[in-house]
Design a binder for this molecule. Structure first.
Ligand code: G3P
Ligand code: CA
Length: 393
């Protein structure tokens, strides 16, 4: 009763896994749960087997890395707002401390690469940093864009339905960061991460209610057994420090992704700039990609809905089904979708042809609506919940 697409989305964007308890397997699958608890596991396995090849139930959530640096200057409000408009589910940001103790948003330890100034952030005051142009290096249309303070970043998204993935790039700022998050009142929409294990541990101590990820890279072991063994060790480590494991994507294997998800650990992985590994790891069950190319995912639909979930049909009669797709997790806006129908091989009750069902013989068939779309240069089948077709004489 408590599991819905919206609820699972809320938890996933905060790096929390959801397992559903129900005998209605298809509705749990469509809500996007990570695990199913059922008294009839055989029925669940059969339900999964009814779906066509290359099924995708929902578009994966996507984290906009430093905003959308493929389209706008990184770590600027212009870039963050653009990633939000594109439909990013989380926005990643890097934070540092100025000479006079203010928290500002910037990736590098110096302002050289992303502004028209020079020098270390730690050697410049906020006033000096605010004089800099953080947009011109990217393009004339962004001239005059300022380096945001952390507070400006938080305020900018306080009333927007998006989660903020905040990465600490400086040490000993955890309490100040937490204070700013609390002052702005966005504790329910911030998740934290750091390469610095001491920062991770500090956050577990001062803010155990906030999700915190440990950032790292590692080589992938050679054999499947070693990969599982490594995943087990990493999961034990994550559990001991109460953190997510936000590994670089080239640290991942199919075994490690599966191992973490089966045990309820949701991690975010970075930084996808090439389509091939992106596509490959999504197929292996990756959740939470962090990318410079938010638009590669958000151009696609999020999920598909049919106008009915049950229909009676007399032998020889036909019905036409046209599904709609949701364009974004945030809005309930839907669009008509080119629909084809699919029914598992071997059932004798209906025939399907494009979006038309013809009743053949008495009995009950499960018919799925499919919308095929291209994402990361590959076709994916977005599949609806089954429609129960009861055929009568
Ligand atoms: O989100 C993780 C990723 O941003 C870590 O690398 O260097 O881009 O901050 P970096
Ligand atoms: Ca970062």
């Amino acid at each position: 009763r408590h599991v819905s697409i919206d609820a699972v989305y809320y938890f996933h964007t905060r790096a929390i896994a959801v397992w559903g308890i129900s005998e209605d397997i298809h509705s749990l699958i469509h809500a996007g749960v990570d695990g199913i608890i059922t008294s009839n596991p055989e029925k669940a396995v059969t339900a999964f087997g009814e779906y066509p090849e290359n099924t995708i139930i929902q578009r994966p959530i996507v984290v906009a890395h430093r905003g959308v640096p493929s389209l706008a200057p990184e770590n600027t409000m212009a870039g963050y707002y653009l990633s939000y408009e594109l439909g990013a589910d989380l926005i990643e940001t890097d934070i540092q401390q100025t000479k006079d103790g203010h928290i500002i948003v910037m990736h590098d330890t110096t302002v050289d690469r992303t502004t028209d100034g020079t020098g270390a952030v730690a050697d410049l005051t906020l006033e000096e940093i605010k004089e800099l142009d953080a947009g011109s290096y990217f393009g004339k249309e962004f001239a005059g864009e300022k380096v945001p303070t952390f507070r400006e970043f938080l305020e900018g998204f306080k009333d927007k339905d998006v989660v903020l993935l905040v990465e600490l790039k400086a040490v000993d700022i955890e309490e100040q960061v937490l204070q700013e998050i609390m002052d702005v009142g966005v504790e329910d929409k911030v998740v934290l991460q750091s390469f610095n294990i001491e920062s991770v541990e500090k956050f577990r101590e001062i803010s155990p209610h906030l999700s915190v990820g440990y950032l790292y890279s590692a080589s992938v072991p050679g054999s499947p057994e070693e990969r599982i063994q490594e995943a087990e060790q990493m999961l034990n480590y994550a559990t001991s420090i109460g953190a997510r494991l936000n590994a670089s994507y080239n640290s991942l294997s199919e075994e490690s992704i599966k191992y973490m998800r089966q045990r309820g650990l949701i991690n975010m992985h970075w930084t996808f700039r090439d389509q091939e590994p992106f596509r490959d790891l999504l197929k292996k069950g990756l959740i939470g990609p962090i990318t410079d190319y938010t638009q590669w995912l958000t151009d696609g639909p999020t999920y598909i809905e049919t106008p009915i979930n049950k229909r009676n049909l007399k032998v020889g009669k036909t019905a036409t089904i046209n599904a709609k797709t949701f364009v974004n997790y945030r809005t309930k806006h839907k669009e008509n979708a080119e629909t084809t129908l699919y029914v598992h091989d071997g059932q004798p009750y209906v025939n399907v042809d494009r979006n038309k069902i013809t009743a053949i013989a008495p009995g009950t068939a499960s018919v799925f609506a499919i919308h095929t779309f291209n994402m990361l240069e590959e076709d994916w089948n977005l599949v609806s919940e089954p429609i129960e077709i009861n055929v009568r004489e």
